[in-house]
Design a protein around this ligand. Structure first.
Ligand code: AP5
Length: 214
């Protein structure tokens, strides 16, 4: 099964994508996580991506598309995958469709996690991410057992640079301009499924399971 997660920054795409990946035993592929791992390792790609990410802008398609196509060509993607943060522009969606069509394949579902802008700033300012393993939490909605410490690996948690309110505002603007048109794109292909992302995390997941077919 090939699934795309759509939604504003902080809508809960990553939270739900991880759970989908666990349940269906398919890889969770987050372009944001791939860029952050490259930044941490100090690669050339990471240095270039950081310039855009810190400003809340999109990383150019030239850097993003090849990286994603290489990733989905790997063996562990044979039974499908859940994409989180890709595609983010119509050209990215078209490239993915073309690459899949060449293999006689298509995307099965585009799941849109719908959360209004007014809820987003609060969500993002409360998110904490692990500097080491990348696990994410929320100080109110998904707290750790010990404040500031990752439950999974025991390392320190941080507020992501791009989760500061002024950058979140910019990311929302970019989302509405460049990414939201994908909702119509996938609606026209009749694979768009929208869930109410303002519900509690477990309820959102159950709504997604009902759509994907348990
Ligand atoms: P990326 O990492 O993809 O960020 P994003 O799409 O902005 O999404 P987030 O990871 O911020 O949020 P999310 O929807 O996954 O929410 P989460 O589950 O964490 O991208 C970062 C940057 O990389 C981009 O700005 C861009 O520069 C670049 N980039 C990446 N991909 C690119 C591409 N394809 N092209 C170009 N550039 C690209 O949840 C948020 C918080 O809310 C958490 O704390 C969580 O615990 C909490 N939460 C989740 N669900 C609920 C709920 N139901 N109720 C209450 N709290 C909840």
């Amino acid at each position: 099964m090939k699934i795309i997660m759509l939604g504003a920054p902080g809508a809960g795409k990553g939270t739900q994508a991880k759970r989908i990946a666990d349940k269906w035993q398919i890889p969770h592929i987050s372009t944001g996580d791939i860029f952050r791992a490259n930044i941490k390792e100090g690669t050339e790609l990471g240095k270039e991506a950081k310039k855009y990410m810190d400003q809340g802008a999109l990383v150019p398609d030239e850097l993003t598309v090849k990286l994603l196509l290489d990733r989905v060509a790997k063996d562990d993607c044979k039974n499908g995958y859940v994409l989180d943060g890709f595609p983010r522009t119509i050209p990215q969606a078209e490239v993915l469709d073309k690459a899949l069509a060449e293999l006689g394949d298509t995307v099965d579902f585009a799941v849109n996690v719908d959360v209004p802008d007014e809820n987003i700033i609060n969500r993002m300012s409360g998110r904490r991410a692990c500097v080491s393993c990348g696990a994410t939490y929320h100080i109110t909605y998904a707290p750790t057992k010990t404040e500031g410490i990752c439950d999974r690996c025991g390392k320190e948690l941080i507020l992501r640079e791009d989760d500061k309110p002024e950058t979140v505002q910019k990311r929302l603007e970019v989302y509405h301009k460049q990414t939201q048109p994908l909702i119509d794109y996938y609606a026209k292909k009749e694979i768009l499924k929208t869930v109410d992302g303002t519900k509690d995390m477990e309820e959102v997941f159950q709504d997604i399971v009902a759509i994907l077919g348990a």
